[in-house]
Structure formats: C-alpha cells, structure tokens
Design a protein around this ligand. Structure first.
Ligand code: SF4
Ligand code: SF4
Length: 313
C-alpha cells in the first residue's frame, strides 16, 4: 500500500476515534467470493424467513462496487453499545440491549456524516462516497471481518477481541485507496456456549442461524403469528434476544459503552409488568419515539407480550 493511503488511513482513524467510534478499519471493495457462496446457500435453505429484502440485491450485497459505482474502499466503524453492569429493567419483559436507548441509526449516521466531511475537507478532496448504517444491502459483518475488526463467531455475530459483539457497524463506501486491515483468526476455539444456550434451537450448527426460529426475528421482523412450537421458550424476550451474546465469554470482559444516547431510557427501566400489559397505542407511540422498538409496531409488541405471558400461565 502506498504512503499516501497509509497517511490517509491514519488521519481517518484518528478522527473516527475522536468522534467517539470504538474502532475502525478498512476493507478493499471487491467481490466477497467465499462469503457470497455461504450467503447464497443460507438463502436457498430459506434461513432468512420472511426477510425478503435479504434476498433482493444479492449482487450488490456481495460486491460493494455494485452498490456505489467507483468504490475502492470500505471504511468500517464500530460503535459499542454494551450497557453498564448495573443497568436493569424493573419488568420481567426483556428488550434487546441495542434498543435500550436512542435509535442507533441516527447516532451512528450523525458521526459518519462528520467523518465523511472530514475526509473530504482534510484528507482527500477528491473523495466521494456514501455512508450507511443498516440501511443498504451491505455485507458489513463480512467486510468488517476482512478488515480485521473481528471474526464471525459460532453465534454468527462479529466478535471483536476487545469489544465483544455488542456494537453497531457503520460503513462509508469511498472512491479512494486506504490501508486495508488483515483478517484475524477465529478464536471461539472449542466453545459452544451460544449453541447450547439458544432456547429455540435457532443456531442449528456452528455459524448457522435459522431466522425462522430466532426470537430476534420472531419478535421484530416477523409480521405474522408466533408459532405455538415456541411456547415456553422465549424466556421473557419481547423485543429481540441477547442470549447467544450474553453467554459469550468475549462479552463478559468487554468494557461498557460511553454513549449517553445508548443508556437505558428511564421510561423503559421503570415499566412494570402491569405497565407493559396495559400499554395502549397512544402510550406506545409516546414510549417508542426515537427508539428501535418502534420497528415492531404496537401490534407486534403486544403480540410478543401476549405470547410471553401465555407461557407463564
Ligand atoms: S438471538 Fe436468541 S433465539 Fe436468536 S439465535 Fe441467539 S439465542 Fe437463539
Ligand atoms: S459463545 Fe463461544 S462459540 Fe459462541 S460465539 Fe462466543 S466464543 Fe464463539
């Protein structure tokens, strides 16, 4: 890699950390051959359940150059959201940690926008590109793994040696060359905690997730009824599920985030079981403003609550 790219990488890295990102690296924009084969097989087996969008734009997902013409590099940033240890909800109904605070799309996008402006003003005036957070067909975990930000764990999450897996990934697709990171070795070793802990058997084998059985899918993206085959298995989760990450030893020693926007909202923290059960549409609208839980919608969240509640009876 040439000297200019090295210097540019250093400047971008320094700025990203200054802006509050927890780590950053760069991947070359290219066809993700091995990952594409794996992904296609996953789709063919129907593991994406009702998430039809995952099947669309496969070509773009497997090659960032097809998503934004002229892309040479992908800047990958990580934003930690692991809560502080003392964080807990009053209620037995559980929310995935990523939904504790403000919608991450907004937080991460604001920072990416600043990083992009910095690149254009202070690093490379010719730089052009686009940035995304979960908003385009980008294989961000594969790219981040290629950039050396972690390995794909047996629970299918990206595991960072220092941050664990509770982080958001954002990316900028750029038309300039940068110093690319090197993939690191998988370090799950002989561990299979996540597979053993998944209550619905959604981790059908190491690195294999069947979304049809995953509580995270069933409580958020799923628009239909929740099948009785999962009765008694949700363990209180009404929006998402963190079990296979909570049991991962790499998350135990990871440090908590330093971002007030991701703190557990007092409104969520103080909700009792009765408050959740008696939530009406108007109250949900107020409660979910600017929160990821809005994605489930009022009807979806109530369906989840009833499903979890029925299991207790
Ligand atoms: S999120 Fe929950 S249900 Fe989905 S694979 Fe992990 S442990 Fe299983
Ligand atoms: S729980 Fe164990 S096997 Fe699963 S992702 Fe973590 S280290 Fe890997």
């Amino acid at each position: 890699m040439n000297l200019i790219a090295e210097q540019r990488g250093q400047l971008i890295r320094q700025k990203a950390l200054e802006l509050g990102f927890d780590d950053i690296s760069f991947a070359e924009a290219q066809y993700l051959e091995e990952e594409a084969a794996f992904y296609d097989q996953w789709l063919v087996q129907g593991n994406h359940a009702g998430m039809g969008y995952m099947d669309r734009n496969r070509e773009k997902r497997n090659d960032p150059r097809l998503l934004v013409e002229g892309t040479k590099s992908v800047v990958l940033v990580l934003q930690n959201y692991k809560p502080h240890r003392e964080t807990h909800q009053v209620s037995d109904f559980k929310l995935a940690k990523y939904a504790y605070g403000r919608d991450y799309h907004k937080v991460v996008k604001n920072r990416l926008k600043k990083l992009m402006s910095f690149i254009q003003s202070d690093v490379a005036p010719e730089a052009e590109g686009r940035f995304f957070v979960d908003s385009a067909p980008v294989s961000e975990r594969s790219l981040a793994a290629r950039a050396g930000l972690g390995w794909r764990g047996k629970n299918t999450n990206l595991i960072h040696p220092r941050l664990g897996s509770f982080f958001f990934i954002g990316e900028i697709l750029l038309n300039i060359e940068l110093p690319y990171g090197e993939a690191i070795k998988e370090a799950c070793g002989g561990c299979t905690r996540c597979l053993a802990a998944c209550p619905t058997g959604a981790l059908t084998a190491p690195y294999q997730l069947d979304a049809n059985k995953c509580i995270s899918y069933l409580t958020i993206e799923n628009k239909g009824k929740i099948s009785e085959e999962f009765a008694g298995q949700f363990e209180g989760w009404i929006f998402g599920c963190d079990i296979c990450q909570d049991v991962c030893p790499w998350n135990w020693k990871a440090r908590p985030h330093n971002e007030p926007d991701f703190d557990l909202r007092p409104a969520f923290r103080d909700m009792t079981n009765v408050d959740w059960r008696s939530l009406d549409e108007l109250a949900f609208d107020e409660l979910s403003k600017g929160s990821p839980i809005r994605r489930a919608g009022f009807d979806g969240l109530m369906r989840n609550l009833r499903f979890v509640d029925t299991q207790k009876e």
